[in-house]
Design a protein around this ligand. Sequence first.
Ligand code: ASP
Ligand code: MG
Length: 405
Amino acid sequence: MALIVQKYGGSSVADSEKIKSVARRIARAKDEGNQLVVVVSAMGDTTDELIRMAQQVSEQPDERELDMLLSTGELISSTLLVMALESLGYKAVSLTGGQAGIQTDSSYSQARILRVDPQRILAELEKGNIVIVAGFQGVTQDMDITTLGRGGSDTTAVALAASLNAEVCQIYTDVEGVYTADPRLVSEATKLKEIGYEEMLELASYGAKILHPRAVELGGLYDMPILVASSFSDSPGTLICKEASMEVRNKARGIAQDTNVAKITVINVPDHPGIAAAIFEPLAKANISVDTIVQNASIENITDLTFTVARSDLVKAMSIVEPVIKSIGAKRCVTDSTLAKVSIVGTGMQNTPGYAARMFRALYEQGINIQLITTSEIRITCIIAEDRVKDAVQALHKAFELEIA
Ligand code: ASP
Ligand code: MG
């Protein structure tokens, strides 16, 4: 008898018919003799609606109260799913994140899981129950409810799978798996049978919306295989696991794009120690993550400093950077929020020359201007105009022959 953790996303439980169909899928896995722990997201856009409701009564909702409110979305879907399972004749029980033993720190709206104590889950499994856990939430030491950040149910599922030593963590969603590129942009995009944790982490962090990056990171840390598949079909999906199989010949594995990008350039910055710290420390304190940072070699001790932030953080970032600019004696600051990132990812690109050049040529041939470039060992990212993303992704998919992945 295998212990399996499944997770169903918001679109898979968006209405009562879909909840009933998910219940039938769970029942089937149970009939096959498995023990099941199932994590659910809130139905459809419930979380967005709850945020809207909070904003209607307060400009700046209290963060503790907001997390308590948001946690109710997942309570609705988990309890309804139990009722649907019971009416099919299966024994099931719903648990909140706290009841399921998920303990977090107290950073509301982006809490981190400190530990999982799965005792209650194990006791319910022992009684023969299918255990349905409300995703995206946990409790602090003081029993206050926290949420794990948008899309956090994936993290709940992988954390539970790791702590229960499950055979696999199956993430059911509205796409059929991980593709070489977004199939809405590239019709030749192919579904990958397998992908390594590192490659998936880069794709997820650089815009592939399939899985929450923190969930991939946890999977890699605990070596928990994660299957991503559709809740609407029986097609096999993509397995995220330690090693991509020997069959994989293509060194580049996938392309991700992210249109939530803004660029800030600080002009005429005096070039002496402490300047970068003066700019980036207050941004870090305000929880704004800075991605690409480029500083020119200085001429006569004056330089320019360019960096990117999420477009949704631009206003907040500028409110922090502007006063700093004055205090360090820089000239001015310009921003651009019409940008996007395109990234090519593959562990095989390590130590293999020529990949960056191939990427730049493909973009050049489309007449696409590269504004900034960043790399990791297994990723090359170019920042380009947002309105050229589709052309860029299509050209890269061809240039790297990803249709034969
Ligand atoms: N319901 C939460 C959200 O919409 C968590 C999740 O879907 O994973 O962000
Ligand atoms: Mg959701």
